[in-house]
Design a protein around this ligand. Structure first.
Ligand code: ATP
Length: 945
């Protein structure tokens, strides 16, 4: 290391001397005037400072990192076969998008020659941008240096100043907007955190370690609450959750025994006493009566290490006598009057100066959530400094949009959220910032959709249709003959929302861009037939359809259902060739099916994940339906996109007028129709699948009777009741599912009922009613047989595990009993319950809980059978994370401030605002600052994950 530093110093030194000796740099020479080699080290210390670095080592480090990342990117770029990509996707044109000049660099390209960038130059720009690394010249540039002389002696243009993280869109079409887009004010938010004034390098490092790399990151650290700085008035009830503001009186650590100790902080506060009676008021002439109370904040520590006096003293010393603090927590009265214990609490120290002014003005005082161990004081101070850097013109959203949607401008919003004068101001600011969260998501999604369509007229039509949803439909009379025939042959009529769903999907199928649509509906609402009709529409045009489901049982069921429907169609000539491909399909048969898909002989395939295996090739795949899409991983879903249809696709039918491939769609990823029976409230769905169009089926087929739901404790009495109900049901001609949490008994979980273990006893108990068994460890054909027997009525009782949870459709199954029901999640139970009540027969569902304590949760299901209602209640009660489960909520975009459960209306407004903006300027060329802002935010990716 020493050695390389020496070498670098020598090289730098001689380079500098050469540089100085050129006559142009007399001023620099003067600055560096040195005499002889002894002054060399002085000179070398000056050089990095002049170049904007704190010292030589830092300069070397930065150079090394920059070179390494550039080299890595170049090697990645070299591996990509651009020629092949270009051949496959004629719509992708390299170098024709608006060039984005990330950092001004004297050696950098001018807008005119930006397309001529060599890969190495380009990659170095990209690398810097991707890694969020500031431009080398701007790395630690203090403000003063930003105006400094460039390497070739020119003074940097202010509007193109080299500031870290400053993007600048250079739009050929609209050069006049450039100055606007790149104006420094527009980019304050994305300045490097090191541009924050009055901060030491140690503090910079701490902020960076906490993830605050830019001013924006810092300002987006919003208060978790506001302290009122006015203590409660009136009586304090035991158990109340209250916030107090007061002064630390003492803080001490007490060791009780060798393994137990506690820290007690006593805080004194003044509160206004309970209202005095009218006679008292008159004698006190209305004056407020103040009372002094003491809060005892106690935190216990166990274990030898944590109960040592040293440790306890360290903890207690964090709070000093006289500290002004803000405390929130649950109070418990103690015997002596005016004293309260708080065992669960938060305590925040208020900054002197801030607190003074907040106290005088009675302003809400922001309390920030802690992050990466950063002291609240440093965070608060840094945010205040960042706010001082802001100028009123930082807002990229046009003023007319702000007025129309009654929004604060961005400057006021940041001020209002961090330094509100009152609660209303904080609320108004919050509304604007939530709006931003949603607005850019919507704008990005619509922008991408517009980019994909060709002419201006098409773009306008698309926007118009986005605004007027009811127009995005193709009437039944315009459906293809095959879809129409299938519709007419159905033994029932589609419900209004089923019909609308098909119309909407067919509209999408006829557009020249791949559809990405989520079809959502409660259990048993009839999504399958909607998807079948969409597939027939595509098949009729000579293309192929793939229908992927998560289980073999479901694949077989769908296959049998569709083939039986098609059998009823008149005339043989138009019947498509349908295949079933699952893990249980024999090798020989699989080969034949795969071959048929490759040659185009097979028009539609239903199957499990085998459909996305590499060896499954399609000749003309045009739609992929993914049932129960949340069961598939993102990558699995995305793999359908690799199965492009090619120019060799056969276009057999004459009815392909609208669907026919034009030149531009010679290669196209298939349309994706994802289906989900997990009811998710609309706002959540929009956020979760931000880039997917959403179709919801909101009604159930007619004649369905509500499922009578009962939650009972699974004790002897409970079982007796249930078995009696079961007997009545069987005598009445019904069929019963018994659902178990496990297959075989477990020593570790003796309280759990197991399907296999119960089989014999149930058989005995219900003699005369044949029983079947179905669980995940059975082989494919065994499972099919078990389900087939239950469907046909050969067996009347089916003991099953949760394999039946999704999609299983036995319309005359009329009763379900779920053992140890508390073991299942709410939405799982709702799904399970959906296996009954799918026909006209009145159905019942009983949830048996292991203990009485778990009963209340199950009782919620007694009162509602509406999945959307349950999901909404869950969303409000538990938030999106719990509702969706870890796996799915992980795909939710990160909203720094919005809460999906309560901010749905703002999402709707953001959608309208995005439409308005794009309606005014399809490519955002009239709003360059918005375009820059959009590019700074996370790009949306396919399938919303
Ligand atoms: N419009 C309708 N009128 C009467 N019956 C219908 C109608 N649409 C569908 N069905 C029937 O309703 C039952 C449930 O339909 P389907 O299996 O498509 O529901 P689903 O929405 O996929 O439910 P799940 O999410 O539980 O799989 C099927 O037996 C189907 O034939």
């Amino acid at each position: 290391m020493m050695c390389s530093r020496m070498r670098f110093r020598n090289a730098l030194g001689s380079r500098l001397f050469r540089w100085c000796s050129r006559d142009k740099h007399t001023s620099v020479r003067k600055l560096l005037e040195v005499d002889g080699i002894s002054e060399r080290s002085k000179l070398l210390n000056k050089v990095p400072v002049l170049m904007g670095y704190s010292n030589t080592q830092y300069l070397m480090e930065q150079e090394r990192v920059r070179k390494e990342s550039a080299t890595e990117l170049i090697s990645v770029l070299k591996e990509i076969d651009f020629a092949e990509i270009l051949a496959k996707f004629p719509c992708i044109k390299f170098g024709d998008s608006s060039p984005i000049e990330l950092y001004d660099d004297s050696a950098g390209p001018s807008p005119a020659n930006v397309n001529d960038l060599s890969i190495s130059e380009e990659s170095s720009l990209i690398t810097r941008h991707i890694s969020g690394e500031p431009a080398v010249d701007g790395e630690v540039c203090p403000e003063s240096l930003a105006d400094a002389t460039t390497a070739d002696g020119n003074v940097l243009d202010k509007s193109k100043r080299c500031l870290p993280g400053e993007p600048a869109v250079v739009t050929e079409a609209c050069p006049e907007s450039l100055a606007d887009a790149t104006s420094p004010d527009n980019n304050i938010l994305d300045k490097d955190i090191r541009s924050l004034p009055g901060t030491t390098s140690k503090q910079y490092r701490k902020l960076e370690d906490g993830g605050f790399h830019t001013i924006r990151k810092l300002l987006q650290h919003f208060p978790r609450t506001y302290a009122d700085l006015q203590n409660p008035q009136g009586l304090i009830e035991d158990g109340q959750y209250i916030m107090f503001f007061g002064t630390v009186i003492s803080s001490k650590g007490v060791r009780i025994r060798s393994t137990l100790g506690f820290v007690e902080v006593v805080v004194g506060c003044s509160i206004v006493e309970a209202k005095l009676s009218s006679s008292d008021v008159s004698c006190n002439s209305g004056a407020e009566q103040k009372q002094r109370i003491h809060l005892h904040l106690k935190k216990f520590f166990s274990g030898q290490r944590f109960s040592s006096q040293y440790f306890l003293n360290c903890i207690s010393s964090k709070h000093k006598e006289g500290d002004i603090v803000y405390v929130s927590g649950k109070v418990k009265k103690v015997l002596s009057s005016g004293h309260y214990d708080l065992k669960e609490y938060t305590i925040d120290k208020l900054e002197e100066e801030e607190q003074q002014s907040a106290l005088l003005d009675r302003k809400p005082y922001p309390i920030y959530p802690s992050k990466a161990g950063l002291e609240a004081r440093l965070l608060g101070q840094s945010i205040s400094r960042a706010l001082k850097m802001l100028t009123p013109d930082i807002d990229p959203i046009p003023p007319e949009v702000l007025t129309e949607f009654n929004l604060a401008n961005l400057f006021d919003a940041y001020m209002g959220i961090h330094k509100p004068k009152n609660r209303d101001e904080a609320d108004f600011a919050r509304r604007r910032l939530i709006f931003d969260d949603f607005f850019y998501l919507q704008l990005g999604r619509l922008f991408q959709m517009l980019e994909a369509v060709g002419t201006r007229v098409e773009k306008e039509e698309l926007l118009y249709k986005c605004e007027n949803h009811e127009l995005n439909a193709v009437g039944v009379d315009q459906w293809s003959p095959l879809a129409n025939k299938l519709l007419k042959s159905l033994p029932y009529s589609l419900t209004a929302s089923q019909l609308n769903a098909v119309k909407e999907i067919i509209w999408d199928l006829r557009r020249p861009v791949p559809m990405n649509r989520l079809l959502q509906g409660d259990v048993g609402c009839g999504k399958t037939i909607v998807a079948f009709l969409a597939c027939m529409e595509v098949v009729n045009s000579g293309f192929q359809a793939a229908f992927m489901v998560p289980t073999e049982i479901l694949a077989v069921q769908h296959y049998e259902h569709l083939t039986s429907l098609l059998e009823k169609l008149d005339g043989d000539e138009c019947k498509p060739n349908i295949a079933l491909l699952t893990g249980s399909t024999s090798t020989r048969e699989s080969r034949i099916i795969r071959n048929g898909l490759k040659t185009g002989e097979i028009s539609m395939v239903i199957g499990t994940h085998t459909l996305i295996a590499d060896k499954t090739d399609f000749s003309a795949l045009r739609i992929s339906v993914i049932d129960e899409q949340q069961r598939f991983g993102v990558i699995q879903r995305g793999r359908f996109n690799n199965k492009l249809y090619t120019s060799s696709s056969k276009l057999s039918d004459e009815n392909t007028s609208e669907d026919a491939a034009s030149d531009s769609e010679t290669f196209m990823a298939p349309h994706v129709l994802a289906m989900s029976a997990t009811p998710i409230p609309r706002t959540l769905a929009l956020a979760l699948y931000g880039d997917m169009s959403l179709t919801q089926i909101t009604d159930l087929p007619p004649g369905r009777q509500p499922i009578e739901t009962l939650a009972l404790e699974g004790n002897d009495a409970g079982f007796e009741t249930v078995f009696q109900m079961m007997r009545d049901e069987l005598m009445d001609g019904g069929k019963v599912y018994l659902v178990y949490p496990i297959i075989e008994e477990s020593e570790h979980l003796p309280q759990l009922h197991a399907a296999k273990a119960d089989f014999d006893s149930i058989k005995q108990k219900f003699e005369g009613y044949p029983c079947g068994l179905l669980h995940g460890r059975m082989k494919g054909p065994e499972k099919d047989e078990a389900l087939g027997s239950f469907r046909s009525g050969e067996t009347r009782i089916l003991l099953a595990t949760q394999v039946i949870e999704i999609g299983v459709d036995v319309p005359d199954a009329s009763m379900m009993i779920v053992m140890n029901a508390e073991r299942f999640g709410m939405s799982q139970l709702h799904q399970l319950r959906g296996r009954v009540g799918r026909g006209g027969k009145k159905s019942r569902c009983v949830f048996l809980s292991s203990t009485s304590s778990t009963l209340p949760r199950l009782k919620v299901l007694e009162n509602s059978s509406d999945g959307f209602h349950l999901a909404n209640a869950d969303l409000v009660m538990r938030g999106p994370g719990d509702l969706l489960g870890k796996k799915q909520s992980g795909h939710l975009p990160e909203f720094p401030i919005a809460r999906l459960e309560i901010d749905g209306s703002i999402l709707q407004e953001a959608h309208l605002a995005a439409l308005k903006v794009l309606g005014t300027s399809n490519d955002l060329s009239m709003f360059p600052r918005l375009k820059v802002e959009l590019s700074m935010r996370q790009p949306l990716c396919l399938l919303g994950d």
